[in-house]
Design a protein around this ligand. Structure first.
Ligand SMILES: [Zn+2]
Length: 122
């Protein structure tokens, strides 16, 4: 049956806040803000000849894990990149289209009022 209502996607800020609060509630680790989840950071070293070399060092925030325990003092905005947010929103609309047999991509005007907190994890 086609879904007759509207959906509204969270803004980037709302999406990050949602993910962040969920991570704190469920004690899940979040992407390390220091290394952006890579687990290592690039550092410039000066050699004895005066040349600069870029070396990769294990991140001291997460020790190579790429993930850290969220702390209430952290900035939720660092939890997801804008690109990841866009991908997640597209995936959310795709799933909703599938579940409700409504093509929200064809009818983006329907994406208005159903608020999705922090995206779906279905
Ligand atoms: Zn790190």
């Amino acid at each position: 049956m086609e879904y007759k209502g509207n959906i509204t996607l969270p803004t980037y800020t709302e999406y990050c806040d949602g993910l962040f609060n969920e991570a704190i509630k469920k004690k899940k680790k979040v992407k390390c803000p220091a290394c952006n989840g890579d687990g290592f950071v690039a550092e410039e070293l000066e050699s004895s000849q005066g040349n600069y070399h870029e070396i990769e060092e294990t991140c001291e925030q997460c020790w190579g894990d790429g993930k850290v325990e969220p702390s209430v003092n952290d900035n939720p905005g660092s939890i997801s990149s804008v690109d990841d947010y866009k991908l997640e929103m597209i995936e959310t609309v795709r799933k909703l289209s599938s579940w409700t047999r409504t093509d929200f991509f064809l009818n983006v005007a329907k994406c208005k009022t159903l608020f999705i907190k922090g995206g779906y994890y279905g």
